[in-house]
Design a protein around this ligand. Structure first.
Ligand SMILES: [Zn+2]
Length: 477
């Protein structure tokens, strides 16, 4: 036993890289890796125990991403917690931070001053922490440049894919700029008309309900897609129409490939079209909006006696809605046409929604869908790229549900494959818990240099704002 322990200690000393790597490389910036493609997958609300829950249920010891070479924890607090109140910026407050000593002593501590998705996405996409509810704006309401704008400045392609509305906080935080995440219609218009994204995929189609049934007479709110006439014209003008009249003004879609011509959206909505997009030639620009309102599957009506504590798959999935993995495969096939590379953010957005609603089975469903999307990304890298030119990051934006075993800080109890583990949501909201951060490929090892704080349980951790900071260093050295 003693020999094994000292062997393991020696081994760990050999494989843990030294922390002077970044400084050494910055002295010779040209030697820094320059990732051609960067893929970030975000499980919204995904903490360590959300992954443990799906591993227990599926009888898998580790997900592929849990074996990525870079395995760290990440801190998610915003620059200002508290709600954004229009015209009262001072109503935000600065009580923020993460104190490892308090975190494991006081459960109330972790339930306070957490980030919501907009501030978290802004930190991840711009490298700057901000106030809760901010979409790409600083605490002083300055407009921040994001990863997608950096990618476009370098001639790369860019896009976002989500299982919730494409104008919801996380994709919006990667594309748009607005004082508040709740200004959905403005955000949707900015994403579709002002951004230079090549691919946008997500829900929000007001012509369908949460079960994917068409609404011929009475539409749902059009706020997630910007405007009712605009939305109809966008769909009917798929692949052709490049100008629209909004608020009495003519608005044109942007030129995404630099040829001087506005590039209209090709709109795809049927699952068969999402599947077909995964192979062969593709349109220049794709808006993928499945025929469902809020989420791909998580918000479908519970049937067959399903309740919050039921296992997954009690209510059949809506068959006409694509999976997050199918959407991801299609998006990658569009983006990889560009020889200069691309950036994409893929969000498992309804992990958070299931956790807010304390739905155990649906949390597992959403985690499986997210894991499938990660696996399709890894497959894409292995088949169409390689780890020397592509970096893949798998992380969350904050923890939701304060998910633990029987009691806070107790591990989940594994009840075997196909059975829900013993787990309990200790909150219906977010928490300030550290979340997992995994990375593999070009330049990703340098994230270890940012993890300069240490938690007694989770080990070294980095800040959410440092994710984009390293990418900026690698792309603009
Ligand atoms: Zn979130």
């Amino acid at each position: 036993m003693k020999h094994i322990c000292s062997f393991l200690l020696l081994l760990s000393l050999l494989i843990i890289p030294s922390h002077n790597g970044l400084l050494a490389q910055i002295k010779n910036r040209a030697s820094l890796p320059n990732p051609k493609n960067i893929i970030i997958l975000i499980g919204d609300g995904m903490g360590f125990n959300h992954i443990q829950a799906v591993n227990d249920f599926t009888g898998v010891a580790h997900q592929v991403y849990e074996q990525f070479p870079v395995r760290l924890a990440m801190c998610t607090y915003p620059a200002k917690a508290g709600e954004y109140v229009a015209n009262h910026p001072g109503s935000n407050y600065y009580a923020t931070g993460y104190n490892p000593a308090l975190a494991w002593k006081d459960t109330a501590y972790l339930k306070r001053n957490f980030a919501e998705s907009a501030a978290a996405a802004t930190a991840l996409s711009t490298g700057i922490k901000t106030y809760n509810n901010s979409i790409g704006m600083s605490v002083d309401h300055d407009t921040l440049e994001n990863l997608i704008q950096w990618a476009k400045a370098l001639g790369k392609s860019a896009g976002v894919v989500t299982s919730v509305q494409f104008s919801h906080a996380t994709p919006a935080g990667f594309v748009a700029h607005n004082v508040s995440r709740t200004n959905y219609a403005q955000i949707a218009r900015e994403i579709l008309l002002d951004s230079r994204c090549d691919v946008i995929m997500g829900c929000g189609d007001p012509m369908f309900d949460d079960d994917g049934s068409p609404l011929n007479r009475k539409w749902k709110s059009v706020k997630y897609v910007g405007d009712s006439i605009f939305w109809r014209e966008l769909i009917e003008g798929s692949g052709k129409r490049s100008s629209f009249i909004l608020d009495g003004k003519t608005k044109r879609v942007r030129d995404v490939n630099g040829d001087g011509n506005a590039d209209p959206w090709t709109v795809i909505r049927n699952r068969s079209d999402f599947k077909a997009l995964q192979r062969g030639t593709t349109p220049i620009r794709v808006l993928g909006c499945p025929k469902v309102y809020s989420t791909l599957q998580q918000d479908r009506t519970m049937k067959n006696g399903e309740n919050q504590d039921a296992p997954p798959f009690v209510t059949p999935f809506i068959p006409e809605v694509p999976t997050l993995a199918e959407m991801t495969g299609g998006a990658l096939n569009v983006l990889d046409n560009n020889p200069k590379g691309f950036f994409i953010m893929i969000e498992g957005g309804a992990i958070d929604w299931a956790a807010h609603s304390k739905q155990k089975g649906r949390l597992i469903e959403e985690m499986i869908a997210f894991n499938d999307a990660v696996n399709s990304v890894v497959e894409w890298v292995n088949m169409h790229s390689n780890w020397n030119e592509t970096m893949v990051i798998v992380t969350g934006d904050h923890e939701t549900g304060f998910l633990w075993g029987e009691k806070p800080f107790m591990p989940l109890s594994d009840n075997g494959k196909g059975r829900l583990p013993g787990m309990k949501f200790n909150s219906d909201n977010h928490s300030n818990s550290l979340i997992p951060f995994y990375a593999k490929g070009a330049g990703s090892g340098l994230y270890r240099n940012f993890a300069d704080e240490r938690d007694s349980l989770r080990g070294p951790f980095l800040q959410n704002s440092e994710v984009a900071q390293l990418i900026q260093l690698l792309w603009f050295k």
